[in-house]
Design a protein around this ligand. Structure first.
Ligand SMILES: Cc1ncc(COP(=O)(O)O)c(C=O)c1O
Length: 423
């Protein structure tokens, strides 16, 4: 490269650098997180903690009435709020005893903690896991699976396994059938599959009874609108649901007189069911705490209510990285959001930085579950022992990484509620 080309390339790089230079995104805490940080510094555990703000949860319970069809029941999705106390709080405030459960150890726990609950399994459990549930039940347990629990079945093979289990235990199982209403995650797709299952159930009515359908449809609000409108996707999923109900009634009109459970929706698609739905109950869980993945137009009435708080352990000037120490003060010239480096207690959660604003990870240093690096501009004026706040992208797995959650009232720590154990 001759001198002229070199100069030109340098100038081009300079212009590109100027055009793409990051802005200073840093800001101090807002009022809310200033108060929560002060409170945690006064009486917090100085550990990575999962906070749930009950005032904001209350707002979300109120928001639910804006999107919920008033003629149907609510079933709370336990995996999305996996703390027995939080579940109890929501059941109480939202006035429902219906839960959707996805994990055998949670089912065993709920049967003990909430013996009056009505449970629908949200996924088809391997039959061996179902067997463990019955083995764990004891005589003192007031939960009666015969009337209070619906197992979810997605195929003839699984139904035969459950029949064999019911026979071996001399128990009666309520069977809810999963329908594929367009999500394609599982469930019946063809009407004749229903005929086979219903025949098997009716031929073994001392062990099995049909209790309803579950058709989960969150895809309807996620399909790009240029492919299909949410309304069109909803109508199509309802048409599939209806074809199975019609077929059921044709198979045996007795079902029309029975109190069956027609479960539908999830937080993202609740609103689509508001005016007209085939379902007689709708499921929701995540909307009560609204993690980042639920920042959807269909949930705009809801507020984030769960945050990870974790203390700052170390604070350094610039960005000092192994083997490129010379660049410590050069990085901030390019990106003002690298003027400061913090190391925090823990890290690498499925979560996004929430407060103070303008925190970012460092791809060159990498990530850590032990002490995560966080960069920011000087405007983020944190000190050691202040807290960084993150918003989980989803609640169901992230909550389980914490032993308990800390509830807040008026931005003050209120109680400590255990989180369900995974195993
Ligand atoms: C069968 C079923 N119903 C409902 C839900 C909705 O849960 P949430 O409201 O937490 O999105 C889920 C979530 O995975 C699900 O699998």
């Amino acid at each position: 490269m001759n001198r002229r080309k070199f100069m030109l390339a340098g100038a081009a790089l300079g212009v590109a650098g100027y055009l793409f230079k990051p802005n200073d995104k840093g800001m101090p805490y807002n009022d809310y997180f200033t108060k929560v940080n002060q409170q945690l510094k006064r009486s917090g555990p100085y550990l990575p903690s999962m906070l749930v703000d009950l005032d904001l949860v209350d707002d979300n319970i109120a928001a639910l009435s804006q999107v919920m069809n008033p003629n149907v029941d609510l079933r709370i999705v336990a995996k999305s709020v996996p703390s027995p106390e939080l579940l109890g709080y929501l059941m109480d405030k939202a006035n429902t005893n219906k839960l959707m459960v996805f994990h055998q150890p949670f089912l065993s726990h709920i049967a003990l903690a909430y013996p009056k609950s009505d449970v629908l399994m949200g996924k088809p459990m391997p039959v061996q896991a179902a067997k463990v549930f019955y083995q764990n039940l004891n005589d003192q347990n007031q939960f009666d699976p015969k009337t209070q629990l619906q197992w979810l079945i997605d195929s003839e093979e699984r139904l035969k396994q459950y029949l064999a289990l019911a026979q071996s235990l001399d128990q009666h199982f309520k069977i809810n059938i999963e329908l594929d209403v367009g999500l394609h995650r599982g469930g019946l797709q063809q009407g004749d599959e229903l005929d086979t299952l219903i025949t098997l159930i009716e031929n073994n009515d001392q062990f099995l009874s049909f209790s309803g359908f579950m058709g989960y449809d969150p895809h309807i609000v996620k399909i790009p609108s240029m492919v299909k409108s949410a309304e069109q996707a909803y109508q199509e999923s309802q048409a599939i649901y209806k074809s199975f109900i019609d077929r059921l009634y044709t198979l045996n009109s007795h079902y029309k007189e029975q109190q069956l459970c027609f479960n539908g929706a999830g937080s993202p698609s609740l609103i689509m069911h508001k005016n007209n739905t085939l379902a007689n109950e709708l499921s929701a869980g995540s909307c009560f705490v609204k993690p980042v993945d639920f920042d959807l137009p269909s949930l705009s009435a809801f507020k984030p209510a769960a945050f990870i708080a974790t203390p700052v352990l170390k604070k350094m000037k610039g960005t000092l990285l192994p083997a490129i120490e010379f660049a410590q003060n050069i990085f901030p010239l390019w990106d003002p959001n690298m003027q400061q480096t913090y190391f925090i207690y823990g890290g690498k959660w499925l979560a996004q930085y929430e407060s103070p604003q303008g925190l970012q990870g460092n791809g060159l240093f990498g990530t850590s579950t032990n002490q995560e690096i966080v960069n920011s501009s000087k405007k983020v004026n944190l000190e050691v022992d202040d807290h960084i706040f993150l918003r989980p992208t989803q609640s169901e797995f992230v909550f389980l990484q914490f032993g308990s959650l800390i509830t807040l009232r008026n931005q003050q720590m209120d109680s400590q509620w255990p989180i369900l154990k995974q195993g």
